[in-house]
Design a protein around this ligand. Structure first.
Ligand SMILES: [Ca+2]
Ligand SMILES: [Ca+2]
Length: 362
């Protein structure tokens, strides 16, 4: 019980501020390279908002040069944790587990020259024998998030990251260790270190706290690269990341309804499509806001949980609004949405359309 309580506290301490990767093209381009011999540790504190990747895999960290270096830390489709220290166990990267969304994880990959190990929250997830030195390429590309490699874009993982550390030693051994669940610290074995929770909102540059100068620049590195969001707590339903769930988010969801999408398209539940389940999430958080200094879930000011008739009303209105009217989507937004979300005692499934038409569409 003590252990459980401690873990709960550590998890709670993570819920402050971090960096959110909400698009498959979100990336931070890192200067330089890391150099290993026959030991390595990759570790990150992350919370996933999706484990669905149409490409089969997504990147947390990657340093790569074709046929020379392939050192990476990934989440594969379905939530499998994966790491590689090419050419160790070539051609098979090391994958195990089934991570889920909405949970802070302390993830680690360790290679000690004779064995590879994956840990989740300090518990050994899997191990396998391995040997040899790790390949290093002088012409590498290194990123947090998406990377352009092998002729295409490997997408970013989807979620939040609090800290990332890469080291040239095997930091953990055995079946378990006490996880950090937060910011890692630098020491002489640290090759790169980022505390994403220390980066101010709106930043585009992140410093390497290891002192090795692997400065990161967000939103660069390949055509179509986008920046993750620094210093913003992801609020379910907040598609445009402006720290509140309101009509603007509703419009975004409507514009992508029925299509594939990521968080900034209104796909909040990590499945492939912007659909009714996302609408429910948005509705449940409509009117809420939070701020980066606030720990825990968003305030619950308004509204009450919605009835299914209200949600159907909302869905119907959204689909109508997918085609901009001659006046555009700039009407009496708050009134309109409030009306739809709370159509009053007269509303019922059969009378839904007339309620919207009479009271809410002007
Ligand atoms: Ca918003
Ligand atoms: Ca969805």
């Amino acid at each position: 019980m003590v252990v459980v309580s401690l873990l709960s506290l550590l998890r709670a301490a993570c819920a402050e501020q971090f960096t959110s990767f909400t698009r498959s093209t979100d990336t931070i381009s890192l200067l330089g390279n890391v150099t290993f011999a026959n030991q390595a540790t990759y570790e990150a504190t992350v919370l996933l908002t999706s484990t669905f990747y149409v490409t089969g895999e997504s990147e947390i960290w990657d340093s790569w040069q074709r046929a020379v270096q392939d050192t990476h830390f990934r989440i594969e489709d379905g939530g499998t944790l994966s790491a590689y220290a090419f050419p160790v166990n070539f051609p098979n990267e090391f994958s195990a587990g089934a991570l889920v969304t909405g949970v802070w994880y302390d993830l680690a990959y360790v290679y000690d020259g004779s064995q590879e190990r994956l840990y989740v929250d300090g518990d050994l997830l899997a191990s396998r024998p391995g040997s040899g030195n790790i390949g290093i390429g002088p012409g590498n590309i290194m990123t947090v998030g998406a990377i352009f490699r092998d002729g295409g874009i490997d997408p970013s993982f989807q979620g939040d990251i609090k800290s990332l550390r890469v080291s040239n030693i095997a930091r953990y051994s055995g079946n378990s260790y006490t996880p950090t669940f937060g910011d890692f610290t630098s020491d002489p074995s640290t090759l790169l270190l980022y505390d994403f929770d220390k980066v101010p909102t709106g930043s585009t540059i992140i410093s390497d706290l290891s002192g090795h100068g692997h400065t990161g620049t967000a939103g660069t590195g390949f055509t179509g690269a986008t920046s993750p969001t620094f210093g913003v707590v992801l609020l379910p339903g907040d598609a445009n990341l402006d720290d509140k769930v309101d009509f603007s988010d509703l419009v975004i969801l409507a514009q992508h309804y029925g299509q594939p999408g990521d968080w900034t398209d209104g796909n909040f539940n990590g499945d492939p499509t912007v659909d009714f389940a996302d609408l429910v999430i948005l509705a449940q958080h409509y009117g809420q806001s939070t701020n980066a200094s606030q720990v825990g879930p968003a305030s619950t000011a308004v509204p009450e949980p919605f009835s299914m008739p209200s949600l159907l009303l909302l869905a119907g209105g959204l689909l109508r609004w997918r085609r901009p009217s001659p006046r555009g989507i700039t009407g009496p937004t708050n009134r309109m949405v409030s009306c739809i979300l709370d159509p009053g005692p007269a509303a019922n499934p059969n009378g839904a359309a007339s309620t919207v038409s009479r009271n809410c569409s002007t």
